[in-house]
Write a protein that binds this ligand. Sequence first.
Ligand SMILES: Cc1cc2nc3c(=O)[nH]c(=O)nc-3n(C[C@H](O)[C@H](O)[C@H](O)COP(=O)(O)OP(=O)(O)OC[C@H]3O[C@@H](n4cnc5c(N)ncnc54)[C@H](O)[C@@H]3O)c2cc1C
Ligand SMILES: O=C(O)[C@@H]1CCCC=N1
Length: 388
Amino acid sequence: MAEVWDAVVVGAGIEGSVTAFHLAKNGCRTLLIEQFPLPHSRGSSHGASRIIRKAYVQQHYARMMNEAYPIWEQVERETGTQLYMKTGGLMVGPRSSKQLAETERSLSGAGSEFERLSSDDLKLRFPNLSFPADYRAVLDPEAGVLKADKALRCFQDLFVKYGGRIHDEEKVVRIDPGDVVTVHTSKSAYKTRKLLLLPGPWAGKLLGPLGLHPPLKPVRISVLYWREKQPGTYALKKGFPVFVDHTTLHKYGLPCLEYPGIFKLCYHSGPVIDPDDRDGVAGSRGNQEIVRMMCDYVRKHFPGLESVPAIQESCIYTNTPDEDFILDRHPQYRNIIIGAGFSGHGFKLAPVVGKLLCELAMDKQPSYDMTPFSLDRFHNTATPQAKL
Ligand SMILES: Cc1cc2nc3c(=O)[nH]c(=O)nc-3n(C[C@H](O)[C@H](O)[C@H](O)COP(=O)(O)OP(=O)(O)OC[C@H]3O[C@@H](n4cnc5c(N)ncnc54)[C@H](O)[C@@H]3O)c2cc1C
Ligand SMILES: O=C(O)[C@@H]1CCCC=N1
């Protein structure tokens, strides 16, 4: 008789890999299936760096980050790999910004420290930034950079250490629900008691045949890197913080890390694409405009950077309308669990996301209120707002 797995996880991006890690650590016999050869750069989890911060507009994420940090540290200890570099995080915006006020409220509510910087403080502390006199900032002292590609590898290694199996270059092509789910791939078929779907930008393609059509939009993000005029000006080693601008749609930056002397500064939006054709016509549409807008932005606010990007790469967000994640069971097939719609901010939270999905799979009470992450919130007609 075919072996029945306790859990099959589809998708070995950061969310699937961390979820698989928690399952294996909790004694579940778990198979992690990935369509591409690992590591790959076609989804959302590739690249050397991501921002980690507690400074969130929504208090549920600020609270979850209190638990995420210790898990990141535990993985660093267990693998002997440095993954987190503390830089502090600067959230800037107009003095009247509701988002900054709400960020302060959620940091306070989560018991986390922060500093409020006036326009003069900003000028004094960060002379290589240039913002209008009616701007202010919130400084999150715990924020920093995660070494993303190393982190992904660490979680996959630990998963295997705890007895998990990884099958890469194997695409899931059909799912037959039931008390025991059958997962058909390009190479084989597997039976499992619990199926966890973490397919990143491919979520729509896997969920559709299961009768689910949440409003998910895969969006191509231009990852832009800018050369310093004077090497070291925005260096991590010199204490330059990670940065989020809350004016209109966000821009965000990370001090020089992966390419010496080159600062990563991106726009938090882009064209909707098909993940199997990320860099095709739809993906290229609007890119020139985004680059032009970012060149203007750099010229205005980062006077120490060359105002033409030195390197351009791409990555994909999978956006929900409210930018909250989907972490829920399939409404009809309760042993199928979904993690999707990480909306461009899911990396730092993956340790807690994985824990929650593991709790759902093991029929335990989830450690957090799951209302913000429910699938059925999309039946609500209220117009959502971008937050972060
Ligand atoms: C440019 C950029 C900057 C970002 N910055 C930050 C940041 O600073 N801080 C932060 O916290 N977050 C950030 N994020 C967001 C974060 O990186 C994502 O939320 C996270 O990586 C999502 O991971 P995932 O596992 O859901 O998706 P993915 O990494 O795409 O993983 C999904 C996996 O599923 C596989 N898959 C799909 N379908 C199938 C199938 N049928 N069969 C088998 N395998 C399948 C895919 O191949 C893929 O490997 C950023 C994202 C981008 C793109
Ligand atoms: O998640 C993050 O911190 C970054 C910065 C803000 C926009 C999205 N990702």
